[in-house]
Design a protein around this ligand. Structure first.
Ligand code: SF4
Length: 494
């Protein structure tokens, strides 16, 4: 248990994030003290019950060149103040635990966005690296990685008029089984089979109604994800794509992805439907090529199913295939990862996405951590580094990057690609630079106000039952936002 005494609420989230970055899933209890209380930044980290006291007034006095107390813009003041606070906490924990974090004080999910924004302003790579090291205490290696990825993204994005377009996400929330580490909206396909048709009925209604709001807008990319879209039958997949094409103008679409995902949901007839419907990018996600790990994580398929899915995809004519891996799965060390990477590279996918295991609060893994904790490797950062070097040696280049909460060793997920095969949607969504219309249970629209540099999220309910019964509310919520607030807030797109 970590007990925190705070003198104001403004930075509680940042304090919590910094503690979590160092101490993982330790329970944090926050309490408030009077502003006049004389607490200095203080922590006792040697005992199991850790106590931290903060007083922001003292913080301001003890720091810093970066916080101008006369700053008139409250937002700028808060951002600068937050950095100082997080640096103080970082240095304190780092000293007490003898440990550094690869991304320093950065606890948000998009480090490459910091670099991309500065590249767009014409700032040099060297200056951005120095900025990330000084301001956020990032390691040189991570600052370079963020810059290299941002430069790659910049090169890809310059040919896309993304500000005048939008992308479409459609979620299918069914999976063959629930993976041990999963926290997504996902229902077991067998026990929820009676929900599939009503779900598609509600989804078709959402597609029909929301598409009217996007008439005359340019559709850049389409992504059907989940869940596992290929839990739908070949006929259902065809109906879904037909409905999308009937309602949205696909003539401008530069990339159409379907996350086939689980090998145990992929069949030749489904792959053929996807090919006939001009899907040009699919995912087949093994996560590991080790059978005992697949059994532990509840995937209920074999390594040979992965080979079969890849062979069928090739036979059906799919040229751009992404394969997802997770580093740090229970029971795996770098040797197991080496074997997985060798097997994956031999399959020659266009993209490989390397995730670091994240301990999601609602996953079965986190909820039963006592059962698995002895199976978790302590050398995940070495394995992540190995994967990076190995993939680069075989012609894959990192092209997008994001982080999640509670990632092992505060690492990251990296998308690698053969040159020219990068997934555009992944960049657009991760950098939050384009409007995303998201449909289906648990889907979250992101609407970008370029002028004011803000993003508004409009989400759907996660529960499949609520989604089906309250579909009119979901449609109305989007319409209200787009026709009222959205119409006013951004003259570029709306
Ligand atoms: S395939 Fe993905 S969405 Fe489905 S249960 Fe596994 S992690 Fe969750």
């Amino acid at each position: 248990m970590f007990k925190v005494y705070l003198s104001c609420k403004d930075y509680e989230y940042d304090v919590r994030s910094m503690i979590q970055a160092f101490f993982g899933n330790l329970k944090i209890e926050a309490d408030y003290v009077d502003n006049s209380a004389d607490y200095n930044l203080y922590a006792q980290t040697s005992c199991s019950n850790i106590e931290l006291r903060l007083c922001y007034d003292n913080m301001a006095d003890s720091s810093d060149k970066e916080v101008s107390i006369n700053e008139t813009d409250e937002l700028l003041y808060k951002a600068a103040y937050k950095n100082v606070l997080k640096k103080e906490l970082y240095n304190m924990f780092s000293k007490a635990l003898g440990k550094t974090l690869p991304w320093g004080t950065l606890t948000g999910i998009r480090p490459s966005k910091i670099a991309l924004t500065r590249i767009e302003q014409g700032i040099s790579k060297e200056d951005i690296i120095e900025f990330m090291k000084d301001t956020y205490l990032c390691s040189l290696e991570r600052a370079e990685l963020a810059c290299d990825i941002a430069l790659k993204e910049y090169g890809i994005l310059k040919d896309i008029d993304y500000k005048n377009g939008y992308s479409l996400y459609v979620g299918i929330p069914f999976c063959p089984t629930r993976c041990l580490y999963c926290s997504f909206t996902s229902y077991p396909a067998d026990s929820y089979k009676d929900y599939v048709e009503p779900y598609l009925g509600a989804l078709f209604k959402e597609i029909e109604q929301t598409s009217k709001l996007f008439k005359n807008k340019t559709l850049t990319s389409v992504y059907i994800g989940g869940g596992t879209p290929t839990t739908l039958s070949a006929g259902q997949l065809k109906s879904l794509i037909d409905k999308l094409k009937e309602c949205f103008d696909f003539s401008t679409v530069r990339e159409f992805t379907v996350e086939a995902g689980r090998p145990d949901s992929i069949t030749m007839d489904k792959l053929k439907v996807l090919k006939e419907c001009k899907v040009d990018r699919i995912s087949i996600n093994p996560q590991t090529m080790c059978q005992s790990t697949l059994d532990i994580i509840g995937r209920k398929h074999t390594v040979s199913d992965i080979y079969d899915a890849c062979n069928m995809a090739e036979e059906a004519g799919h040229k751009v295939i992404n394969m997802d891996l997770i580093v740090g799965l229970p029971g795996e060390d770098t040797e197991v990862l080496k074997d997985t990477l060798e097997k994956i590279v031999k399959l020659d996918p266009a993209n490989v996405t390397v995730h670091t295991l994240a301990m999601k609060r609602t996953s079965n893994l986190t909820m039963n951590i006592d059962k698995y904790k002895d199976m978790l490797s302590e050398h995940v950062s070495d394995a992540v580094e190995y994967a990076k070097n190995y993939l680069c040696e075989y012609g894959y280049e990192p092209y997008y990057l994001y982080r999640q909460k509670n990632m092992t060793d505060n690492l990251e997920n990296i998308g690698y690609s053969k040159v020219g095969k990068e997934g555009i949607y992944n960049i657009l969504i991760m950098e939050e630079i384009q409007n995303i219309l998201a449909l289906g249970a648990g889907a979250v629209c992101k609407f970008v106000d370029y002028k004011n540099k803000t993003i508004t999220r409009v989400d759907n309910v996660k529960s499949i039952n609520d989604y089906i019964t309250r579909i009119d509310d979901m449609i109305e919520k989007k319409s209200n936002f787009l026709l009222k607030e959205g119409a006013n807030y951004d003259e570029i797109f709306w």
